[in-house]
Design a protein around this ligand. Structure first.
Ligand code: FAD
Length: 446
């Protein structure tokens, strides 16, 4: 048993507290905000998250999934909306359990807080913020009255204080790590769609428009949260949508079918905050064996693969196992093990931006998708579509998914070469025995 201090009661901090309390640790969690069960979610930031197998596995390990079940809405595939209103559904996978779940981030945090508050061994301190590190490299904590807090009982620290992590900044300031923070040129804004619309419920809706897109995820109460991803500056950008008429004209031209479903569209658009998106890469996550960064604090990513929280939850499960295996150096081993995977999902999340906003519309992409599913049927466990490796196969590391995904993409590109007239092959034209030999030669068994 040890005394663990956690900075940040977001999804990762709370889940780690639950996992460690099950092992008998005494856990102190310090959160700069108030108790989420008492206040409402941040206005205009209702973010709902796609939860997939890596996240589910970690929640199961903490025995907390039952407390969330009524808030999870299955999303069985992508519902694509063309500019003319035509719709097309594409299932995410082909196995019985190959779908993902939508969950509200604020409700998830509230439920995890509820369970943590009732769990022996966990003490939650709200309105307590970390202000960096002291001379000894330990967190400086302030109570609600801004008084310094002494925490001599804590023997190990984990910083789960999110993408803007104070702890990461303090480590960087001391030259203990290097950090790259790269914002992309697209921002996001959320819009609420109330219950009672005809939108297909069990799907992730996408209105892909090339340089920008709108998506919508279902909530448990029948409503949807839509998110617009659009350039900050430029001819079609947030900068050009400043008043009612420009906002309404843009939506009428680009998203005519969904516009009537968003009440007070222009007012919502103006009132809701515009968020930035980026990738944080951190070279060193641990400071010896007394402090380690985890979740977004170590590796924030863009949301286009729906994996930021899933990755953070997988971090929690793995760190929990390493802390319990009795071997020396769990923090150093955690950082060494997870860094390549965090880098891999950061890259795949950026690549998925292009896929969601543009490629999904292309006939060649759709043919490759059909082919990938067909290869998975013919060579199960050998050829697995990259999306499925990331979302449904928690036994496959992100770095392996990235590596095999690139090999598979090269094969699919070769199989779907258009002819001299630019015509794509049909599925029936594929020389399956020939390509099967090449696939088997290129992809080692998993
Ligand atoms: P956070 O959720 O940021 O929590 C950090 C906590 O630390 C907060 O409670 C904060 O108040 C607290 N804190 C911060 N500073 C201090 C301090 N100095 N002292 C004390 N406490 C502090 N992920 C998915 O898996 N699927 C998705 O579909 C998905 N969609 C997304 C869509 C959008 C638009 C965005 C922005 C993100 C999305 N994500 C998604 C990512 C996901 O939200 C994050 O990866 C996840 O919230 C990370 O959890 P965390 O606990 O590491 O950090």
């Amino acid at each position: 048993m040890s005394n663990l201090g956690i900075i940040g009661a977001g999804p990762a901090g709370l889940l780690l507290a639950l996992l460690r309390a099950r092992r008998g640790d005494q856990v102190q969690v310090f959160e700069r905000r108030g108790d989420p069960r008492r206040g409402s979610a941040e206005a205009g930031r209702s973010i709902n998250l796609a939860l997939a197998s890596r996240g589910l596995r970690a929640l199961r390990a903490a025995d907390v999934l039952d407390a969330l079940n009524d808030q999870l809405v299955p999303m069985r595939g992508r519902q694509l909306h063309a500019p003319d209103g035509a719709q097309q559904f594409a299932a995410y996978g082909q196995g019985e359990h190959e779908y993902i779940w939508s969950v509200s981030r604020s409700l998830l945090t509230q439920r995890l807080t509820d369970v943590a508050a009732a769990t022996p061994g966990i003490t939650l301190h709200f309105n307590h913020r970390c202000d960096g590190l002291d001379e000894a490299g330990l967190p400086v904590l302030k109570d609600p009255q801004n008084k310094l807090l002494s925490t001599p009982m804590v023997s190990r620290w984990v910083a789960t204080d999110g993408a803007g992590s104070q702890v990461r900044q303090a480590l960087r300031a001391r030259g203990l790590t290097q950090v790259s923070e790269e914002f992309i040129e697209h921002d996001y804004k959320e819009l609420d769609i109330p219950p009672g619309t005809a939108l297909r419920r069990e799907a992730l809706h996408i209105w892909p428009r090339g340089g920008f897109m709108l998506i919508a995820l279902p909530n448990a109460d029948g409503s949807f949260t839509a998110t617009l991803f659009l350039a900050r500056e430029g001819s079609t950008s947030f900068a050009t949508l400043r008043d009612d008429s420009s906002i309404l004209a843009f939506f009428a031209a680009e998203f005519a079918d969904v516009t009537p479903l968003i009440p007070g569209l222009a007012q919502q658009f103006i009132a809701h905050p515009q968020g930035r998106l980026g990738t944080v890469l951190t070279t060193t996550w641990n400071s010896g064996e007394h402090l380690v960064l985890l979740g977004d604090a170590a590796h924030a990513i863009v949301p286009f693969h729906g994996q930021g929280m899933n990755c953070a939850f997988e971090d929690c499960r793995i760190l929990d196992e390493l802390l319990s295996d009795g071997l020396p150096g769990p923090y150093a081993r955690f950082a060494a093990l997870r860094k390549p995977d965090a880098d891999a999902i950061a890259q795949m999340a950026l690549e998925n931006h292009a896929e969601m906003s543009d490629s999904v519309r292309s006939p060649r992409f759709q043919l490759q998708r059909q082919l990938a599913l067909e290869w998975e049927k013919r060579l199960p466990g050998r050829f697995i579509p990259r999306y499925s490796m990331v979302m449904f196969h928690d036994e496959i590391c992100y770095s392996v998914a990235l590596h095999r995904g690139h090999i598979q993409q090269q094969l699919l590109d070769q199989m779907t070469q258009p002819d001299a007239q630019g015509v794509l092959p049909a599925l029936d034209d594929i020389n399956w025995p020939l390509w099967q030999e090449r696939v088997l030669a290129s992809l080692a068994p998993l």
